[in-house]
Design a binder for this molecule. Structure first.
Ligand code: SF4
Length: 663
């Protein structure tokens, strides 16, 4: 595979073409390198990554706050040296990402106003930064150089200048945020000046033995801002500064175009790297949603980039590279782009974790060790909780049988993956199933387990992961023939009329409303055909691709829909719902389902919303009958997942994993 051919980045030879780009981890609450950070990166180094880019490392006091990795004072050098040495010992090279957030820094975290080329309010922070003086500019350029010198003294192999995602350097590059009249503003040449000066100063401070990487945004995806054409010009100018590699990512944090969730097709932004790769001679790295080795290999084979960045992919599976190299691709825990454990934790100020990998960030605490005493374990239910428990106990040496009453594994994940842009959820089940099989779990499909079967089999431990069921609606009329459950709609098992009211605006309600809104829209093939033949105007195609046949109303009692959806993706749900023309009524209480619709109370008024079909999305009840029937039998029984307490897949996987380590 081309993935495993070495590549030269300036003075460095990378043993393969898979790097782990920087991602904020929140493992350094006091800016100093911690054991937690080292343990995290060491596993990724041992897992085969050729280059680990650690970061972001704050170059000064207003870069982002103390929870970034500190590189702004010499006091941080010993910790950085410990990190570099540990990563080297496990076979990878390491770079420090030099980070300055500019107007993306929250004043509450840096204790003063953030800085930027111009005082343009950020929708990301809701704050207006202070305009940088010439003295500020010179000072920050020097701080980049000082940081590079510290990385060198710490024994790092490279530094990466962060010039993407709407941070300080792109704030200079963009006419949206740079309104200056001096030599740092106005023309594109002037707006590039700050980034190029930073590159030159870092290049000089890094010296000849360190590589200098520059991370650029391939397109800001911001109205009025830079596109791939400007990114190419900037990359060409960077090449002349003597840097060694360009790492290409997507748009700003403020963009309304999703950048990394599962909505983005795998490798969907490789074209941004390709645009730059075609116009520079430096090695170029492609990033964003490269979670599967086939996608990575294809990008390299098609010569769209020289190397790939797999960031969340290696949070999800530190052994990503080694597994590919060993021909065990099916054993990789693929990143599903859910953001539930990583980005959503960043937004709430928590250390990051991972839905599919409960060990991420807990490498020391959670070790999958052989069990002291081998047991016969019977698991009932093949959803994420049951599968995780079965796989993990089998990996620890227990003899495990998993029963699933349907003819397929996955449980409710099939519903979560019903929307085409949420299909990546199924990778969780694909990965877990393969891992369970390799670990030796005996999987029996299509078999309903009852009390007698468990008693007859006499397991040492019976684990009940029978999942949940839709909550009944406490509404008059909810037993009507035209009333269906959201789960049945998502499973494609319900007849749904033209006028639809969905009651419940949580994740399941939003997904169901969107699912129904897609009925009658152009298929991807139809859209592609009509687009390339210019058969319709872009406006007509947009309407045909977003507006389906049904008239849908989504009701929610609270003031906002999607309250149980993480911050990093709930805006995408709301945007898609608006785009689909779904009529959203918040702060609306359903009072009664009638033969012709739903009576609701909103703003102290009673309103009748006509409907042919009413869809209930009002929560989940546990299915724990089997557990209750076994509690008196003397069999050791454990209740996990939704069967114990309905929650998200994240909780199901984490709870099951932790429980499996105790058996
Ligand atoms: Fe990927 Fe989700 Fe894990 Fe984040 S939490 S690394 S998006 S699988």
């Amino acid at each position: 595979m081309k993935l495993f051919t070495p590549i030269q980045i300036g003075p460095l030879t990378l043993k393969n073409r898979v790097a782990m780009p920087a991602m904020h981890l929140n493992y350094t609450p006091e800016a100093h390198v911690t054991d937690r950070l080292i343990n995290f990166y060491v596993e990724r180094a041992a897992g085969g990554a050729s280059l680990i880019i650690a970061g972001g490392c704050a170059v000064d006091e207003v870069s982002g706050g103390r929870f970034m990795i500190g590189i702004n004072e010499d006091e941080y050098i010993p910790g950085l040296a410990r990190l570099a040495e540990s990563v080297h010992e496990h076979g990878a090279l390491i770079a420090a990402q030099l980070y300055h957030a500019g107007r993306y820094a929250h004043s509450a975290l840096i204790g003063q106003s953030s800085i930027s080329p111009s005082p343009v309010r950020s929708t990301f922070t809701g704050e207006t930064p202070r305009e940088m003086t010439k003295k500020d500019i010179k000072n920050v350029i020097q701080r980049y150089a000082d940081a590079a010198r510290r990385a060198r003294e710490a024994g790092m192999d490279a530094v990466e200048i962060l010039g993407s995602a709407g941070y300080l350097i792109p704030q200079f590059l963009s006419p949206v945020t740079n309104l200056r009249q001096d030599e740092y503003g106005g023309t594109f040449e002037n707006r590039m000046r700050f980034g190029l000066e930073a590159a030159r100063s870092v290049r000089e401070a890094a010296g000849p033995d360190m590589a200098v990487i520059f991370r650029v945004g391939g397109n800001d995806f911001m109205p009025g801002s830079n596109t791939n054409a400007e990114a190419v010009r900037f990359a060409q100018a960077l090449e002349a500064t003597g840097i060694d590699c360009i790492n290409v990512t997507g748009g700003w944090h403020e963009t309304r175009i999703p950048q990394i969730p599962m909505d983005v097709p795998r490798g969907g932004y490789a074209y941004l790297a390709q645009g730059i790769h075609e116009n520079v001679s430096l090695p170029v790295m492609a990033c964003n949603r490269i979670n599967h080795p086939d996608v990575a290999e294809k990008i390299l084979r098609e010569d769209r980039a020289d190397l790939v960045g797999v960031a969340r992919g290696m949070i999800a599976d530190p052994e990503w590279v080694n597994k590919v190299q060993a021909g065990r691709t099916d054993q990789i825990s693929l990143c599903i782009g859910c953001n539930q454990g990583c980005l959503d934790s960043v937004f709430t100020g928590q250390p990051i974790h991972c839905l599919v990998n409960p060990r991420a960030g807990e490498e020391e605490k959670f070790q999958v060790m052989p069990a002291a005493k081998k047991k016969n374990v019977l698991v009932v239910g093949g959803g994420p909780a049951g599968l995780t428990f079965a796989r993990t106990t089998a990996e620890r040496g227990h003899k495990v049988t998993l029963y699933e009453q349907s003819d397929r594994l996955g449980g409710q994940i099939h519903l979560a993956a019903a929307l085409k842009e949420r299909r990546e959820f199924m990778s969780l089940i694909t990965s877990l199933s393969s891992q369970a099989e390799e670990a030796g779990v005996n999987v029996i499909l299509g078999k309903t387990v009852d009390h007698d079967l468990v008693v007859k089999e006499k397991p040492d431990l019976a684990v009940i992961a029978t999942g949940g069921k839709p909550k009944p609606a406490p509404l008059a009329g909810s037993d009507g023939k035209h009333v269906v459950q959201a789960w049945d709609v998502l499973a494609g098992q319900a007849d749904v009329g033209q006028k639809v009211v969905v009651i419940g605006g949580g994740a399941v309600g939003c997904e169901t409303a969107l699912y129904l809104s897609r009925i009658g829209v152009l298929t991807p093939d139809e859209l592609h055909f009509l687009f390339v033949n210019q058969a319709e105007t872009p406006e007509v195609l947009y309407r045909l691709a977003t507006r389906g046949l049904k008239d849908i109303t989504l009701l929610e009692m609270q003031n906002r829909i999607g309250n149980d959806i993480g911050r990093s993706v709930n805006w995408i749900f709301r945007q898609n719902i608006k785009r689909a023309g779904i009529n959203v009524k918040t702060a609306a209480k359903a009072l009664e389902i009638t033969d012709t619709g739903v009576l609701i109370e909103k703003n102290s008024e009673i309103v009748d919303i006509p409907a042919d079909t009413v869809v209930l999305a009002m929560g989940t009840d546990p299915v724990d009958d089997l557990y209750q029937s076994l509690t008196e039998t003397g069999t050791e029984v454990l209740l996990i997942g939704d069967a114990r307490q309905p929650a998200k897949a994240y909780q199901a996987v984490h709870e099951a994993f932790a429980a499996a380590l105790k058996v």
